[in-house]
Design a protein around this ligand. Structure first.
Ligand SMILES: [Zn+2]
Length: 252
C-alpha cells in the first residue's frame, strides 16, 4: 500500500529520463523537418501517452523549451514550434565563457576562425547593399576614433557587417552567440589604444585595406589582410601599453 505514489507514473520518479525523452522527441522532429516553426505540437494528452511521461512532467519540460524560445505556448490553443531565440545562446556563451581565464585571448581565436571564413564568402557573395553597409560602418569607425566606447562599438559593427555579408546563417549565428563578449573586447582594447595618434592612423588604414579587398572580391587577399589586421591590433595594443608606461610616470 503506497497511497502517496498512486498518482505518480513511473517516469515522474525518474524525471530526467522523462524530460530527456521529451527533448529528444522534439529535437528529432525538428531536425527531420517533420516539425517546422509555427507547427502545432500534438495535444498534451496524446504526447504524454506517446512518450510515456506524466502530464505534469510534460508541462514542465514544455515550459523549459518555451524559456529557450523553442516552443510557443498559447493558452487555450496548445503548443507550437517557436523560432529559436539567439539571445539565449548569447547569454549562454557570455555566462559560460566569462568565467574562463584569458577569455579575451580565447575569444580572439574564435573571432579569427569565424571572420576569416566569413570574409572569403563575403568576397563571393556580398551584394551592393552589403558593401554599402560595411562602408557605412567604416565611416562610423573613422568618426568615433576619439571615443573608446563608441569607437569600440563601431569597430565591432564593421566586423559584424562583414560576417553578415558572408550570407552564411551558421557563421552569422555563431558570431551573434559571442557578440556580447566581442563588444566588450572591442571597447576594452580601444580604451588602451585610443590616445596614441600613430595607433589611430594605423587602425583606420588597416580597416580600409580590409574593406577594399572585399570590394575587389579577392578572397585570398581579404583573408590575408584580415589576419594582418588582427596581428596589427595585437601589436598596437602592445605599443600603447609601452607608450603609457614610458610617459606616464611609471618609473621606479
Ligand atoms: Zn577592427
Amino acid at each position: 500500500m503506497e497511497p502517496m505514489n498512486e498518482t505518480a507514473t513511473k517516469d515522474e520518479q525518474d524525471p530526467q529520463t522523462g524530460s530527456e525523452r521529451v527533448f529528444a522527441f522534439f529535437r528529432g522532429k525538428v531536425l527531420s523537418g517533420e516539425l517546422r516553426t509555427g507547427d502545432r505540437l500534438p495535444a498534451e494528452r496524446d504526447l504524454a501517452a506517446q512518450l510515456n511521461v506524466g502530464r505534469p512532467l510534460l508541462r514542465e519540460t514544455m515550459r523549459s523549451l518555451a524559456m529557450l524560445g523553442l516552443v510557443d505556448i498559447r493558452h487555450g490553443s496548445g503548443a507550437f514550434v517557436g523560432k529559436a531565440d539567439i539571445s539565449v545562446l548569447t547569454n549562454f556563451f557570455t555566462f559560460s565563457l566569462a568565467q574562463e581565464q584569458n577569455v579575451s585571448e580565447d575569444i580572439m581565436q574564435a573571432r579569427m576562425a569565424i571572420e576569416c571564413q566569413a570574409i572569403r564568402l563575403a568576397c563571393e557573395r556580398a551584394t551592393d547593399s552589403d558593401l554599402d553597409r560595411i562602408g557605412g560602418c567604416l565611416t562610423a569607425l573613422i568618426n568615433t576614433l576619439s571615443d573608446p566606447e563608441k569607437g569600440g562599438m563601431a569597430d565591432f559593427r564593421f566586423h559584424a557587417a562583414i560576417v553578415q555579408a558572408s550570407h552564411s546563417q551558421a557563421l552569422i549565428t555563431l558570431y551573434k552567440a559571442i557578440s556580447e563578449l566581442l563588444m566588450q573586447n572591442h571597447v576594452e582594447r580601444r580604451q588602451v589604444t585610443h590616445k596614441t595618434p600613430k595607433v589611430i592612423d594605423d587602425l583606420v588604414e588597416s580597416h580600409r585595406q580590409v574593406f577594399l579587398s572585399i570590394v575587389e572580391g579577392d578572397g585570398d587577399a581579404a583573408d590575408h589582410r584580415l589576419r594582418e589586421h588582427f596581428a596589427i591590433g595585437d601589436e598596437l595594443r602592445r605599443k600603447s601599453i609601452i607608450a603609457a608606461f614610458s610617459s606616464g610616470g611609471m618609473a621606479e
